[in-house]
Design a protein around this ligand. Structure first.
Ligand code: NAD
Ligand code: TYD
Length: 339
C-alpha cells in the first residue's frame, strides 16, 4: 500500500484522509483522482500540492480508459474510493447523476481493479441500512434498506463491491461511515450550513420537528477508522465507522449556536425533506476489535466543526457567495417564506 489512488480526494472526507494519510505514512505516494464537481475543491489540499508525494488527475471515475491509464502510470496498488455525489437533498432534486457516479463510477473502478489486480477500499455510508427502529444499532450483517436516491445508489455500489469479492476474489474492504463533520465540509450539509448561517445571523432551517437522530462523527475518526481497516482489517469484510452515540438534530443545532454564541431565535422549523430518514445508528464493535477508538464524541465533534467555520471564513465565504446561492434559493426560499 505504497501507491494510492484516492478518488474524490478533493472533497470533504477525501481531502481530510489524504492529509491524514500522508502525515502518518510519508513514504506513500498519493494520486488524487477527482472530477472537481462543485463539492471537489483543489484548495482543500492547498498546503500539500507542492509535496512530491501528491499529485492530481482531474477526471471522472466513470472514465474506464483514464482510470486504467492513471493506475498503470502510477503503479497504483490501492484504490480508496471516496468519489461520489453525496447530498440527499441534491439527490431528490436531480437523482440521475447519483447513479452515474455512485453506481457506474464505482463499477468502473472495480473493473480496473480486477484487470490490474489492485486492492480496492470503498467508502460506504450508514444510510444504506435505511432508517432504523429505536434501540437497534445497525450491524454489518444487516440487510440494506436504502430510502433515498443517494442511499440507494450507495447501497448498489456497496453490493457491487461485495459481488466482486465473491465472484472474482477481488481484494476489497468496505467502511460504512456515520454522518461526518469537520474541516472543509461543503456548506450544503446540515452542520456547516447551520454554522455558516449562524455566523452570518441567518435563519437555521430545521426540517420537520428536528427530532431525527444522527451519529455526528468527527472526520478525523473516520480517517483513523479507514486506516485501521486498511492496515489490520480482514480482506472481504465490511466495517461500520461512527461513535455508536447519537443526538437529535435539535440538540446538534443547540451545540452549534452555543459554540458560536448565537441566538436560538434563529431556528425555523421548515417543511420536511421527503422520505426523511428518522434515525441512523451503528454498532461499531467490529472496528473497535481492530484496536480503533474514536477520539471525539458527537458533542465535541459538532462543537469542533462549528469552531472551524468561525475560524475559516476565507474558505467558505467565496462558496456561499457564488454558485451555492442558486441551490440555496431553490431548496430554502419557499420553505423559509412559510415560517
Ligand atoms: P463530497 O461531496 O465532499 O466530495 C465528493 C468528491 O467526489 C468531490 O471531490 C467531487 O469532486 C468528487 N466526485 C464527484 N463525482 C465524481 C466523479 N464522477 N469522478 C471523480 N470524482 C468525483 O463528499 P464527502 O462528504 O467527502 O463524502 C466522501 C465519501 O464518503 C462519499 O462516498 C460518501 O458517500 C461517503 N460518506 C460521506 C459521509 C458524510 O457525512 N459526508 C458519511 C458516510 C459516508
Ligand atoms: P445532512 O447533513 O444532509 O445529512 P444526512 O441527511 O445525509 O443525514 O442532514 C443531517 C440531518 O439534518 C438530517 O436529519 C437532515 C437535517 N437537515 C435539516 O434539518 N435542515 C437542513 O437544511 C439540512 C441540510 C439537513
Amino acid at each position: 500500500m505504497k501507491h494510492l489512488l484516492v478518488t474524490g480526494g478533493c472533497g470533504f472526507i477525501g481531502s481530510n484522509f489524504v492529509r491524514y494519510w500522508l502525515g502518518q505514512h510519508p513514504e506513500s505516494r498519493v494520486v488524487v483522482y477527482d472530477k472537481l464537481t462543485y463539492a471537489g475543491r483543489r484548495e482543500n489540499l492547498a498546503d500539500l500540492w507542492d509535496s512530491p508525494n501528491l499529485s492530481l488527475v482531474v477526471g471522472d471515475i466513470g472514465d474506464l480508459e483514464l482510470v486504467g491509464r492513471t493506475c498503470q502510470n502510477h503503479q497504483i496498488d490501492l484504490i480508496v474510493n471516496f468519489a461520489a455525489e453525496t447530498h440527499v437533498d441534491q439527490s431528490i432534486l436531480g437523482p440521475l447523476v447519483f447513479t452515474d457516479t455512485n453506481v457506474r463510477g464505482t463499477h468502473v473502478l472495480l473493473e480496473v481493479a480486477r484487470e490490474l489486480n489492485i486492492r480496492l477500499h470503498h467508502i460506504s455510508t450508514d444510510e444504506v441500512y435505511g432508517h432504523i427502529a429505536d434501540e437497534h444499532q445497525s450491524l454489518e450483517t444487516d440487510n440494506l434498506a436504502p430510502r433515498s436516491p443517494y442511499a440507494a445508489s450507495k447501497a448498489a455500489a456497496d453490493q457491487l463491491v461485495q459481488a466482486y469479492a465473491i465472484t472474482y476474489g477481488l481484494p476489497v474492504t468496505i467502511t460504512r461511515g456515520a454522518n461526518n463533520v469537520g474541516p472543509y465540509q461543503y456548506p450544503e450539509k446540515a452542520v456547516p450550513l447551520f454554522a455558516t448561517n449562524a455566523i452570518l445571523g441567518e435563519a437555521i432551517p430545521v426540517y420537520g420537528d428536528g427530532l431525527q437522530m444522527r451519529d455526528y462523527a468527527h472526520v478525523h475518526d473516520h480517517c483513523t477508522g479507514i486506516e485501521a481497516v486498511l492496515l489490520r482489517g480482514v480482506v472481504g469484510e465490511v466495517y461500520n465507522v461512527g461513535t455508536g452515540k447519537e443526538m437529535t438534530n435539535l440538540e446538534m443545532v443547540d451545540i452549534v449556536l452555543d459554540t458560536l454564541g448565537q441566538s436560538h431565535d434563529l431556528v425555523r422549523h421548515v417543511t420536511d425533506r421527503p422520505g426523511h430518514d428518522r434515525r441512523y445508528s451503528m454498532n461499531v464493535d467490529k472496528l473497535r476489535a481492530l484496536g480503533w477508538q474514536p477520539k471525539y464524541d458527537p458533542k465535541q465533534a459538532v462543537a469542533e466543526a462549528a469552531k472551524w467555520y468561525a475560524q475559516n471564513r476565507a474558505w467558505w465565504e467565496p462558496i456561499r457567495s457564488g454558485e451555492f446561492r442558486a441551490y440555496y434559493e431553490q431548496q430554502y426560499a419557499e420553505r423559509l417564506a412559510k415560517t
